[in-house]
Ligand binder design. Structure first.
Ligand SMILES: Cc1cc2nc3c(=O)[nH]c(=O)nc-3n(C[C@H](O)[C@H](O)[C@H](O)COP(=O)(O)O)c2cc1C
Length: 398
């Protein structure tokens, strides 16, 4: 099948990956209500069709956290991408760089920060989890800094890892148990292409950034156990001060959904936030990111950068998020599907699809600059998005 859009890449990823990996990417928490809402609420937002507005020259570029980006889009941090394709983070970072957009590397990537840095020209963004072992964090931040990274995303919506029932069904949640191992081996046996390319030659056992703190010979099971045991649920705003002392680059908090928390982020002096519910993988029942975005953007009042993710599957979704108050949009599962389906070529094709969809949608909306995307572009939608058109968008902060 020739993939035309993100939903096709999802189908190809399902065919290529062992089931436990596909379901890990595709699934969400509990009944997956928020996962569904993220997608549906975005797709329900209607945009205004405008005519006769000279859309011959459309410029999709913007500034994202101090750097020019060809699109108002970044690749969100996705853990274990090194398992979806051979040296997956390297392939994704290269595709992002070629497309002129930021790549954000996860703490729990399959490749190390040094390996990915050596594969691209420019430094990328780095995502950090608050880990109990602060010396591990200090070491990791020093490594990120040594790699020239200047933008850190601290993920704050994961004090504990939520329950994802699909991972129980596939045996992934019981990663170190014998039953889980047998079940996963069986699933791998059904996907010889993946087993050959990634399982055998992809060095999936190297465990990226956390390898240094793992006992030699630790497998996927031990890795999951370490990660689950090391999230720090005691973290408060005090630790943000601690991190601010330690990290002199840009600091962005990822996973903010509430206007009060957004105001607190401004007060503690971070450079930006990502309005996100972790793609519906954490608090099931939380509002969709797109429905939470307008109130959060209003609370922030352009004092810091507002990025948004969760549910974005098309260039039109990017436009909907920008019109709802985002300065930029992060893409999660869409790049994981693309990587699993076709490696770097797939991520490049997915980003080209997003770009092409944005160009068509901008032309039909009658806007030629992303700076022109504000609430006046929308006609109606979920939550409080149906109010009167807002003021024109002022210059992007940060
Ligand atoms: C398979 C998978 C792994 C993820 N790993 C991380 C991670 O390591 N760190 C993080 O901050 N967010 C992680 N996320 C959340 C994404 O960064 C992002 O918030 C989410 O995917 C956005 O929703 P979307 O997939 O609907 O676009 C992960 C998401 C998925 C699907």
């Amino acid at each position: 099948m020739r993939a035309a859009d993100v939903s096709d890449l999802r189908i190809l990823a399902r065919r290529r990956l062992p089931r436990f990996l596909f379901e890990y990417i595709d699934g969400g928490a509990f009944a997956e209500t928020t996962l569904k809402r993220n997608v549906e609420d975005l797709q329900t937002l209607s945009v205004r069709q405008r005519v006769l507005r000279d859309v011959a020259e459309i410029d999709l570029s913007t500034e994202l956290l101090g750097r020019r980006a060809a699109l108002p889009v970044a690749l969100a941090p996705i853990g274990l991408a090194g398992l979806y394709a051979r040296r997956g983070e390297v392939q994704a970072a290269r595709a992002a760089e070629a497309a002129g957009i930021p790549f954000c590397m996860s703490t729990v990537a399959g490749c190390s920060v040094e390996e990915v840095r050596a594969a691209v020209r420019e430094p990328f963004w780095f995502q950090l989890y608050m880990i109990r072992d602060r010396s591990f964090m200090r070491d990791l931040l020093a490594r990120a800094e040594a790699a020239g990274i200047d933008t850190l995303l601290l993920t704050v919506d994961l004090p504990v890892s939520s329950t994802r029932y699909r991972d129980i069904r596939t045996g992934l949640a019981n990663a170190s148990g014998v039953g889980g191992l047998v079940s996963r081996m069986w699933q791998v046996a059904q996907r010889p292409g993946w087993a050959w390319d990634v399982g055998l030659f992809g060095r999936p056992h190297q465990l990226g950034n956390v390898a240094r703190v793992m006992p030699p010979g630790t497998g996927l099971g031990g890795f999951f156990d370490w990660v689950a045991a090391n999230y720090d649920p005691s973290v408060t705003w005090k630790e943000i001060d601690w991190l601010r002392e330690l990290w002199k680059g840009r600091l962005v908090l990822k996973g903010v959904l509430d206007p009060d928390d957004a105001r607190a982020c401004v007060s503690v002096g971070v450079d930006g936030i990502v309005v996100s519910n972790h793609g519906g993988r954490q608090l099931d029942g939380a509002p969709s990111s797109i429905s939470a975005l307008p109130a959060v953007a209003e609370a922030v009042d352009r004092r810091i950068t507002v990025l948004m993710d969760s549910g974005v599957r098309s260039g039109l979704d990017v436009i909907r998020a920008m019109a709802s108050g985002a300065d930029g949009v992060m893409i999660g599962r869409a790049w994981a599907y693309a990587l699993a389906a076709q490696g770097q070529r797939g991520v490049a094709a997915m980003l080209e699809t997003i770009r092409a969809e944005m160009l068509v949608a901008m032309a039909l909306i009658g806007e030629t600059r992303v700076a022109g995307l504000d609430r006046s572009v929308l006609t109606s939608g979920p939550a409080d998005l149906s109010g009167p058109p807002g003021p024109a968008r002022p210059a992007v902060a940060g």
